[in-house]
Design a protein around this ligand. Structure first.
Ligand code: GLY
Length: 282
């Protein structure tokens, strides 16, 4: 399904489509993160990799923040929020573009309140952010930005209505989008568990998604099945943040001229978390 076709089926909005200059969207100056809470292990997970060690969680998070600073970003670090064990995965609460901010409506009931908890912080950078409204649900982890185009994942967290509303918001700001249904893929929680756009017209993709016709115009780096977790990587300025322990993928990135920065992610992986989920970058 084409997201814009879906969007046009809904209520008409006053469309103000601005010109879409090609820009390099992996150039960031800021990031918002949230310190993991001591009840992090009580969050949601679909994997059976054991219980995260809280000291390891804090260490890996601190190193992640340090890496963002090394990439030149200024960090806004929010306090831990014990009301929401998954709230360190801030990416799910908003979609930030160069032209707008859209607050999401997370698809897991236990995470719904995370948006209200971060609203003020996002508003301090993006006055009057847009919102995904009921019955739409949408997790930021399902949204992959590739220059002026967005891939919108339909998942067990993001529904058609959430994707439709986001497509409308994006179109009003001159962005195109297309929908990818990942609901049948048991190996990934979110779209970005399986794909990443890392600049230079290059997509990182897990094997299961590599043949998607929507990706035909991109250079593709296929991640070997045994290294699938590494597909959730993040281009930040001159570096690509990658999970440590996936040597084939790191070598492939380097061979193609990218500059990988490896980070230990074992404790977040136990809770279905990846590198992109841990920050909102803009
Ligand atoms: N633990 C991350 C999530 O399920 O949303």
């Amino acid at each position: 399904m084409d997201a814009l076709a879906a969007a046009s089926a809904g209520p008409k909005l006053n469309a103000t489509v601005k010109p879409s200059p090609k820009r390099t969207r992996h150039v960031f100056k800021n990031a918002i993160v949230r310190i993991p809470g001591s009840n992090f292990a009580q969050g949601l997970t679909t994997v059976w990799l054991g219980v995260p060690r809280f000291d390891g969680v804090l260490q890996q998070h601190a190193r992640y923040c340090e890496a963002l600073r090394e990439c030149g970003l200024t960090i806004t670090a929010l306090d831990a929020d014990l009301d929401y064990p998954d709230s360190t995965f801030v990416e799910d609460t908003a979609v930030l573009t160069a032209r707008s901010a859209i607050l999401t409506r997370p698809g897991a009931r236990s995470r719904e309140g995370e948006v209200a908890a971060i609203h003020q912080t996002i508003s301090s950078f993006f006055p009057a952010p847009l919102e995904i409204e009921a019955p739409g649900t949408l997790d930021g982890g399902d949204i992959c930005e590739a220059e002026n185009h967005f891939f919108l994942g339909l998942s067990h967290r993001t529904n058609e209505e959430g994707a439709r509303q986001l497509a409308v918001h994006l179109a009003r700001h001159g962005y195109t989008s297309s929908v990818i249904d990942v609901r049948g893929m048991t190996s990934i929680l979110h779209l970005k568990s399986g794909i990443a756009y890392i600049g230079n017209n290059t997509l990182v993709v897990i094997e299961e998604m590599a043949g998607n016709p929507l990706f035909q115009s991109y250079e593709r780096i296929r991640v070997a099945v045994e290294e699938s977790y590494a597909a959730n990587c993040v281009r930040v300025n001159q570096r690509v943040l990658v999970a440590a322990g996936y040597p084939q993928f790191a070598a492939e990135l380097a061979a193609r001229g990218f500059n990988p920065l490896e980070l230990e992610m074992s404790e977040f992986q136990k809770m279905d978390g990846g590198l992109s989920c841990l920050s909102l970058r803009f």
